[in-house]
Write a protein that binds this ligand. Structure first.
Ligand SMILES: Nc1ncnc2c1ncn2[C@@H]1O[C@H](COP(=O)(O)OP(=O)(O)OP(=O)(O)O)[C@@H](O)[C@H]1O
Ligand SMILES: [Mg+2]
Length: 199
């Protein structure tokens, strides 16, 4: 059902070039010819042991791989190949990302503002903080003032301010507690039910 796919990954290979000693350059392949489809309304989970390349897959889709990474294969959003240029128009609005590490929060910006970002509103941010049980005063805090679980809830909030068409979540629930983790997954289901793909 390729035509319905919001995300198509076709034959993705990610490798790193690394120096061994001073002069020997080695190629280390970490994602091997991976293909997958995510359709609208669908939640696709990628399971794998630590170090198997889940985060790299997410980063390849988001265009966040480091400079020493080499990527081949095709990544398409809604049938069109994703390039840095086409990605730019989608990021933050149609295509959002919950990174694995809370270090992706801007350390020098209050978290309320970060969640509002470029596209959202104060009302929506307040609504999401309430949904994710973040006390009102959290808005005025900087990331270093938050607990790990609070920081994660801020990250989740910032990915769902607009109704994304494609939500990429890289281990979004650690540190949330079982109830909040279930609520978060339920929220992803609601987002998928409105026609988005979650992965
Ligand atoms: N910048 C890099 N340079 C070289 N190797 C890297 C780099 N980033 C990641 N790797 C390697 O790629 C492999 C996959 O890493 P990745 O972070 O995608 O794993 P993961 O499946 O997300 O693991 P976890 O479940 O622990 O989050 C690992 O072996 C890691 O050492
Ligand atoms: Mg990871």
């Amino acid at each position: 059902m390729k035509e319905k796919s919001i995300l198509t990954v076709d034959d993705l290979v990610v490798s790193f070039h690394m120096y061994k000693g001073l002069f020997r350059k080695e190629r280390l392949e970490v994602v091997h010819s991976l293909s997958l489809d995510v359709n609208r309304g669908e939640i696709v989970a990628v399971v794998g042991s630590s170090g198997s390349g889940k985060s790299l897959l997410a980063h390849a889709i988001m265009g966040l791989l480091p400079d020493n990474a080499a990527v081949s294969g095709r990544i398409c959003y809604d049938g069109k190949e994703l390039t840095q240029k086409t990605r730019k128009a989608l990021l933050g609005k149609k295509m959002t990302f919950i990174p694995q590490s809370v270090d992706y929060l801007d350390p020098v910006m209050k978290v309320g503002k970060q969640v509002i970002g470029v596209y959202s509103t104060k009302e929506r941010q307040e609504e999401l903080f309430e949904k994710y049980k973040l006390p009102k005063e959290t808005e005025e805090m900087y990331p270093f003032q938050l607990s790990g679980g609070m920081a994660r809830r801020v990250l989740v909030s910032s990915a769902v301010t607009e109704m994304p068409q494609l939500l990429i979540a890289d281990e979004p629930t650690p540190g949330l507690g079982i109830e909040m983790a279930m609520d978060t997954l339920k929220h992803f289901r609601e987002i998928a039910d409105q026609g988005a793909g979650c992965f």
